[in-house]
Design a binder for this molecule. Structure first.
Ligand code: AMP
Length: 466
């Protein structure tokens, strides 16, 4: 039996009421590239005629031929950038997916993971459903198709009432887009406007590039339907406590985005400041691991009074470290990605800020690099707590066995990395970083406490398995 994809971290985008819908979606996806660069796709509706182009690779690669965009006519579009980790990166899994149901088209783009996908899939298959992909997103389409309701918004609500876990979704019909967020609100989804054009996107940086203004978030558990005439809103049945993903703030989202209604940049600076307060160190300079730790590093420098320096240069022409699931390549990747600036590091006591340590691969290699460049002391400071548990809600996290902090104490990691000292931000400090109540976040990767039950697979706990 095929096991559905477990980890998808993705970016979604949708637009209604613009003659250049496909082009604007292309630019929106460009801004969301950091959320997934394994594949990309855009689908448009031209008065019900559907046009699609999708492919493997980054947005600029998939749409390198301008004809691939110009033939996507229509005033309505949705788009997707995708990144999965469980090997199911084949062509069939590239989104958006399109179906025709009761003679009407429906396209879908998904960011997140359903936790009950196996159960739903088994139930649907036992009723005769045939799946073309290994993605949990296709399950949602089957659920929509089996709804007895007549309006799309009601069919989608019906379907999503069965789904558990993380979903920030954008759908396209012949004349509208619909956007929905799971009741926990795990992943972000924002609504924007540009004149009479409505847009939705995983992050607001996708609005900035096309000149749209942030209006509000799709609320947890909300479904909206957008037509050129305006927005209609409905809510899913399940009422649960909000559990927005804190890792969006720590690492995943771009600092120039507003996520869950807050500026990521401000939060990351605050994380850096708190880290400096909790774990000061006598040193000459502070450097960050580019790019994800840049903003927290500024916060650390401001609070500690240490001089901020650029001690590592990142080569931007390579993907993120995790892009290759194979350890050998991943090791090489770190060197391809970073190079030390000798003149900055030589004979200095250096504080190095990173946003997180996952497997420890990046940190271990960088410490060696920084020492080889002549640093006298290397002190690692992490702007989040130790990651001890996998994520089931749409962030790529490896197995418990692979998570270094799940298997070693901070003192042991310190030794393994070969640093003079290693300190992490405390869980309490992290939760106090935004103006949102600290109970409104999911921080299960740091605490091991999940906001919902994670169903077993074949009788085995997924916590042990993955
Ligand atoms: P590792 O080398 O496995 O310890 O990964 C840690 C590095 O990867 C840090 O520098 C983070 O900025 C980055 N990182 C953290 N979480 C993720 C993730 N889910 N996907 C890709 N990179 C990540």
């Amino acid at each position: 039996m095929l096991e559905p994809v477990i980890n998808d971290k993705c970016g979604v985008f949708g637009i209604v009421g613009h003659k250049r819908a496909a082009e604007l979606t292309y630019f929106g996806l460009y801004s969301l590239q950091h959320r997934g660069h394994e594949s990309a796709g855009i689908v448009t509706s031209d008065k019900g005629r559907i046009h699609l182009h999708k492919g493997m690779g980054e947005v600029s690669h998939v749409f390198s031929n301008s004809e691939n965009i110009s033939r996507l006519s229509g005033r309505i579009a949705i788009g997707h950038t995708r990144y999965s980790t469980t090997g199911a990166s084949s062509l069939i899994n590239i989104q958006p997916f399109i179906i025709t149901n009761k003679s009407r088209p429906l396209a879908i783009a998904h960011n997140g993971n359903l936790t009950n996908s196996l159960d739903l899939r088994n139930r649907l298959e036992s009723k005769g459903a045939i799946f073309q992909t290994t993605s949990d997103t296709e399950i949602i389409l089957h659920l929509v198709a089996s709804s007895k309701k007549s309006k799309r918004i009601d069919q989608i609500a019906d379907a999503l009432n069965h789904a558990r876990g993380a979903f920030s979704l954008v759908f396209m019909t012949e004349d509208s887009i619909l956007a929905a967020r799971d009741p926990h609100g795990f992943r972000p989804l924002a609504i924007g406007k540009m004149g009479r054009t409505w847009v939705v996107a995983s992050e607001t940086c996708a609005f900035d590039i096309i000149g749209a203004k942030y209006v509000r978030d799709v609320a947890p558990g909300e479904i909206i339907e957008i037509t050129p005439a305006g927005i209609k809103s409905a809510f899913l049945k399940q009422k649960v406590k909000t559990a927005s993903c804190i890792f969006e703030y720590i690492y995943f989202a771009r600092p120039d985005s507003k996520v869950f209604g807050e500026n990521v940049d401000k939060i990351r600076r605050r994380l850096g400041r708190m880290l400096a307060r909790e774990h000061p160190v006598e040193a000459d300079i502070v450097i960050g691991i580019p790019d994800s730790a840049n903003t927290a590093t500024l916060g650390y420098a401001e609070e500690s009074g240490l001089k901020f320096e650029i001690g590592l240069i990142r080569n931007h022409y390579v993907g993120r470290t995790f892009i290759d699931p194979n350890q050998e390549i991943r090791d090489l990747d770190v060197k391809v990605k970073f190079n030390p600036v000798k003149g900055v590091l030589e004979n200095r006591r250096v504080v190095v800020i990173d946003d997180s340590i996952v497997r420890g691969t990046t940190a271990q290699k960088l410490v060696k690099m920084i020492r080889n460049a002549g640093a006298k002391e290397v002190h690692f400071r992490i702007s989040s707590p130790p990651i001890i548990s996998p994520c089931f809600f749409g962030i790529d996290m490896p197995t418990k066995q692979e998570l270094i902090a799940s298997n070693m104490s901070v003192a042991q990691i310190e030794k393994k990395l070969g640093v003079d000292s290693l300190r992490y931000l405390s869980h309490d400090a992290m939760l106090s970083m935004s103006s949102l109540p600290d109970t409104s976040f999911c921080s299960s990767c740091f605490s091991g406490k999940y906001p919902l039950r994670i169903p077993k697979i074949n009788g085995k706990s997924r916590l042990d398995k993955i």
